[in-house]
Design a binder for this molecule. Structure first.
Ligand code: PEP
Length: 254
């Protein structure tokens, strides 16, 4: 697929996969995706598998991401992981503000922005998630919520840093539910985010930032979603846990 921006497709494994299972999945992905260079391909295992997966993908085009990180660099923050610690495992991307963290850990836009600034300070590329609930969607508040998430979560992120920032539009009502936004719905919100980036930064930033879609992306719907002009990739949950389906999503999208 001929796109203005290089596709970036990331798999969020969430709290799944032991080390042995993670290595098994990576083995399959390396076979399925050998020679694929047309998209940036990122896998985000749980912290406990980062070290082993990092070594296992050294000879491949797969890149490593983490699912979260602390806004602090070090110190008395029990259970937290700092950006510098992720860098030890050659982690290059970090998912921030996923709706599950916003919901279960009560993460706010302000916290997500702090984490995004800390990620950039450590040269990690944040994948910042934004998205509305079903209730907000049905009440017609999608744009208002997305604007609030984008403005708040990018607070203090500079125009230069935006070149290494990825946004992920994930309508919460489509995550893990089997419901997908229609391609038209996805495109509309992505275009809205791009217009907002032009207002917050400038046209050049807006044109270059990659915006992923996330929410029940599967091999069967990936190509159509990726064909939309402002959809620059996917953040994949459930379907990234299987080598064949994650690889098929990538292969059908490029
Ligand atoms: C996600 O959690 O980021 C996600 C998109 O999940 P799923 O693909 O399972 O809907």
């Amino acid at each position: 697929m001929n796109k203005e921006r290089k596709l970036i497709i990331a798999g969020n494994w969430k709290m799944n996969k032991t080390v042995a299972e993670a290595l098994d999945l990576v083995r399959g992905l390396k076979i399925e995706l050998a020679g694929v260079r047309e998209a940036d391909m990122v896998i985000c295992p749980p912290y406990t598998a980062l070290a082993d997966v990092s070594k296992a993908i050294l000879d491949s085009s797969l890149r490593l991401g983490a699912q979260n990180m602390s806004e602090h660099n070090f110190g008395a923050y029990t259970g937290e992981i700092a950006a510098g610690m992720l860098k030890e495992f050659l982690v290059r991307y970090v998912i921030l503000g996923h709706s599950e963290r916003r919901q279960f850990q009560k993460e706010t836009n302000e916290l997500v922005a702090k984490k995004a600034r800390a990620a950039h300070a450590a040269s990690l590329k944040p994948i910042i998630c934004v998205g509305e609930t079903l209730q907000e969607h049905e009440a017609g508040h999608t744009e208002r919520v997305i604007e609030d998430h984008v403005r708040g979560s990018l607070h203090g992120v500079t125009a230069a840093q935006m070149a290494d920032t990825i946004l992920a539009y994930e309508p919460i009502w489509a995550i893990g539910t089997g419901k997908t936004a229609t391609t038209a719905q996805a495109q509309e919100v992505h275009a809205f985010i791009r217009r907002l980036l032009a207002k917050l930064y400038d046209e050049s930033v807006a044109r270059h930032v990659r915006i992923q879609y996330g929410g029940s992306v599967k091999p069967g719907n990936a190509r159509e979603l990726m064909s939309q002009i402002d959809v620059d990739g996917a953040l994949v949950g459930g379907a990234s846990l299987d080598d064949r389906s994650f690889a098929d999503i990538i292969k059908t999208s490029i």
